[in-house]
Design a protein around this ligand. Sequence first.
Ligand code: NAG
Length: 400
Amino acid sequence: MSLRRNSLSGLLLLLVCVSAFVEELDDSFLETRGADDIWLIKFYAPWCSFCKQLDPVWHQIGSELRSVGSPVNVGKSDATVSIGLAKEFQVRGYPAILMLKKDVKYNYSGPRTREGILEFANRVGGPLVRSLSSLQLFQHAMDRHDVMFVYVGATSPLKMVSLPSLPAVVVFKDGSYFTFNEERDGDLKSWINRERFLNYMKIDSYTLYAMGETGKLVLLALVEANSLCKESLRYKSLVEKVSAENRETYSRHFHFGFMEGGDYINGLVMGEVTLPSLIVVNLSNDGYFLPPGAVETERHLLDFLDGVLESSIECQGGNSIHQRIRRVIYDIKVTLTPLFSQAPLFGCFLVSFPLAIAIFFCYLCCKARSNMSEDDDGEGDTLSAPSPQRRKKLSDKKTD
Ligand SMILES: *[C@@H]1O[C@H](CO)[C@@H](O)[C@H](O)[C@H]1NC(C)=O
């Protein structure tokens, strides 16, 4: 008996441990959390399928951070229930992933993968600035980061880079390094914001969105999601070459990269883009530019970029009223089309049901109105409202 109870409590303990990797947080979280606790939190909604896909990943992240003794706590919160918490964190879309460290919030906008999120958690969870006191430490950090911002002090052991003057702020990326120059680059924060991407890289929708925040345009080679055709490979290498060889001229205005699959851009242009193709997007206003002709050579691509900068190539899309109305219609179409093609009956039902209710109400209104004019002898329909005459009679009775 007691043995049974022991194993039962053991089991319970195990269950508690398993689920404790990820804590469910509610509105009381902000009062109860320790001031120095570091949290990685996922906000989800019960109806959101992306959130459900993320569940097993989130559990893995929780158990992994726990097993390496990370100071980062992992939690999740149903934003439709813990409304106060979601509001505090300004959650707008699902799943929203962010970290809370002291009183500072960090949004995660990278890919929703275990590696991506763990890297984010470790980076934000660790010290914000690390001292690279030896060349070995520097090399080690370089191996692990594609882009690294370094403050180089006057007595730095970093002799491999030749800097015009010390101290300096340098970004290491693309196999090279670039020094911050206040006169040329403006304030340090916005320079870091602009320079935090590789010159040429694979871009997914999250990265694209983050790139938009720098105010730069993005030149994309749109290619197939798998097994690239020859033309796709040519577009990719063309963009990479142009980005590397014309860094001085264009990196102030453009990010460069390639994107696999056309879904995201289809949504932006509200149509079907051909794969492969080249496109420049302006994420500040959802505008886009297409090359006016075939892009065969580097010169063609450079002319295209110049045309965009000089506004000799027309910007399409955008966020004017007209485009916004188009977008609403497009969104409805995109939502309904698969519904009709996969389950035509259900689709018909979904559209016709509200329509039928609306027609029924119209019918009732009309009927009530026609009753009103016919209803002289007091023979009313039970569904219609009392006619004015009858109401008068009732009130007469009341005053009697
Ligand atoms: C991109 O959009 C912003 C915001 O509307 C605008 O100011 C900028 O001129 C646009 N860039 C180009 C190249 O059209």
